[in-house]
Design a protein around this ligand. Structure first.
Ligand SMILES: C[S@@+](CC[C@H](N)C(=O)[O-])C[C@H]1O[C@@H](n2cnc3c(N)ncnc32)[C@H](O)[C@@H]1O
Length: 410
C-alpha cells in the first residue's frame, strides 16, 4: 500500500528515531489533503514512521510503527496489534494481583498505541480514544480501534470491552455485554464501587493506586482531610491504615455519596482502635476548594488535621494556562501547609501535564515560604507501573505526587 508521505524538518529525525509518538501540526508543511484518521508516512532525516493523521488539533500525526534508519513500513496489522497488546499486558504482570483487579491495561503512547487508553474494572475493559477519527466508522483509525478491541477480548477473560461515554455518546459495548450500573473492584485488597456508565475518568482515578497505598502506610493515628476527594479512595486507604478520622471534601455531591458507600463497603477492613475521633470516623462535605482554599479549610473545620491529601483536577489544558496553574498550586498548597499542625503531613498531587515535576516542586517551595513553614520531601512518585512512560516521551508523565512533612520550628 502506498501511503501519503510527509517530509518533516530535519531536526525531528532524532525524536522520530527515538520513538516520540507525536508530530505537532506546526511541523507539518502546508495543509496536506489527507483524510482524517488515515494512515500516513512521516520522514525526517533517515528516520521514518507510520501513523494516523488527525485533521484537527495540535497533534497532526500519532505514530505507531517506526524505522529509525528508514526503509519500507506497512501500517499496523492484526498481528502487530496483537503483539503490542500482549506486550502491554505483560507489563502489567506486577500490578494485576489477586488483590487488584482495577488498573490501566493500555496507556496510549506509553504502550505504542497513541491516543487509546483502556482500563480494566474486573471483567470489563473501558476504552477511551483521544482523536475523533477513532470513533468514526470507515476510517483507518476506527479499524485500528477494532483490532485493539479484538486483541483485548482475545487475551483476557472479559465480559465486555466498552467504549467510555464520550462526546454525548453513552457507554457502549464494542465486544460482549454492558456492565451493571455499578461494578465492585479491588485495589490493594480494598473494595471500590465503580460506575462505568457515568463516573469521571473511566470510573476511578486508577493512576493514584500506589499513592493511596503510600497514604495508607502513613495514616496510623492521624486525622485526615482528603481534599478533592472524588469517591473517597484516599480516605478508604487511610482508614484501613488506622487513621482516626477522614473527611472527604469535593465540589461534586454525587462523588461524595459514592465516598460514603466506599468507606462503608470496607468497614470490616479498618483496624479497631481505641482512639477513634469522637465525631466518628468519616464525614463528607460538598465545597468549592479552588476559589478560596484557606477560607474553605476554615469553614470545613479542617484546620489542625494532621494529614492532608490534596489532589485537584487538571488546572491547565494548554501551555497558555501553565502560569495560572502554578499560581493555583502555590495557593492551594500554602493553604494546606498553613492548616497543618507541627509535624503534619501533606500528600499533594498534580495531574496537570503542562506542569513538569521540577516546576511543581518549585511551586511547593514557594507555598512553604508563603505559609511560613519548613517542608521536607519524604516521598515522591508519579503514576504506577500500569502507566509506563517512554524515555523519548517525557510529556507522558503527567502525574506528580509528593509527600511533605511540615514543621514549625520555634
Ligand atoms: C483528580 S480528581 C480526585 C481523585 C481522587 N483523589 C481519587 O483518588 O479518586 C479531582 C476532583 O476534584 C473535584 N473538583 C473539581 N473542581 C473542584 C472545586 N472547585 N472544588 C472542590 N473539588 C473540585 C472533582 O469533582 C474531582 O472529584
Amino acid at each position: 500500500m502506498s501511503l501519503p508521505t510527509l517530509r518533516l524538518p530535519e531536526h525531528l529525525a532524532g525524536p522520530l528515531a527515538a520513538g516520540h509518538p507525536w508530530v505537532y501540526r506546526d511541523h507539518v508543511p502546508g495543509t496536506p489533503p489527507i483524510a482524517d484518521g488515515a494512515w500516513v508516512r512521516v520522514e525526517a532525516g533517515r528516520a521514518a514512521a507510520v501513523g494516523l493523521w488527525a485533521a484537527e488539533g495540535a497533534i497532526a500525526v500519532r505514530t505507531l510503527r517506526r524505522a529509525p534508519t528508514g526503509g519500507p513500513l506497512a501500517p499496523p496489522d492484526r498481528a502487530w496489534v496483537e503483539d503490542t497488546v500482549a506486550r502491554a499486558l505483560a507489563t502489567r504482570a506486577t500490578v494485576a494481583t489477586p488483590d487488584t483487579d482495577a488498573y490501566r491495561l493500555l496507556f496510549g503512547e506509553g504502550d505504542g498505541l497513541p491516543g487509546i487508553t483502556a482500563d480494566r474494572y474486573g471483567r470489563f475493559a473501558v476504552l477511551k480514544t483521544y482523536a475523533e477519527a477513532y470513533r468514526r466508522p470507515g476510517s483507518d483509525a476506527f479499524e485500528l480501534r477494532g483490532l485493539v478491541v479484538r486483541a483485548l477480548a482475545g487475551a483476557l477473560r472479559l465480559k465486555g470491552v466498552l467504549a467510555a461515554p464520550q462526546d454525548d455518546a453513552p457507554l457502549t459495548a464494542l465486544h460482549g455485554e454492558l456492565p451493571p450500573p455499578e461494578v465492585t473492584v479491588h485495589e490493594h485488597g480494598l473494595a471500590f464501587l465503580a460506575n462505568l456508565h457515568e463516573g469521571q475518568k473511566t470510573g476511578l482515578f486508577l493512576d493514584h493506586r500506589d499513592n493511596r497505598a503510600t497514604v495508607r502506610a502513613l495514616a496510623a493515628g492521624r486525622t485526615v482531610a482528603n481534599l478533592f476527594a472524588y469517591s473517597g479512595a484516599f480516605s478508604v486507604h487511610a482508614l484501613a491504615g488506622g487513621a482516626r478520622r477522614a473527611v472527604d471534601v469535593d465540589v461534586a455531591p454525587a462523588a461524595l455519596r459514592d465516598a460514603e458507600r466506599n468507606v462503608a463497603a470496607n468497614a470490616g477492613r479498618y483496624p479497631e482502635r481505641a482512639a477513634v475521633d469522637p465525631r466518628g470516623r468519616h464525614a463528607t462535605l460538598a465545597l468549592d476548594l479552588l476559589t478560596d482554599p484557606a477560607a474553605a479549610l476554615r469553614h470545613a473545620d479542617l484546620v489542625g488535621s494532621d494529614l492532608i491529601v490534596l489532589d485537584p483536577p487538571s488546572l491547565a489544558r494548554h501551555k497558555g494556562q501553565r502560569h495560572a496553574a502554578l499560581r493555583a498550586y502555590r495557593r492551594l498548597n500554602a493553604a494546606a501547609m498553613a492548616a497543618l499542625p507541627d509535624g503534619g503531613l501533606l500528600a499533594t498531587a498534580s495531574c496537570t501535564a503542562q506542569v513538569a515535576p521540577e516546576a511543581f516542586r518549585a511551586a511547593l517551595a514557594e507555598a512553604a515560604v508563603e505559609a511560613g513553614v519548613d517542608a521536607r520531601v519524604l516521598h515522591e512518585a508519579g503514576h504506577a507501573a500500569d502507566h509506563p512512560v517512554p524515555l523519548a516521551f517525557p510529556e507522558g508523565r503527567y502525574l506528580k505526587f509528593v509527600v511533605l512533612r511540615v514543621d514549625r520550628p520555634s
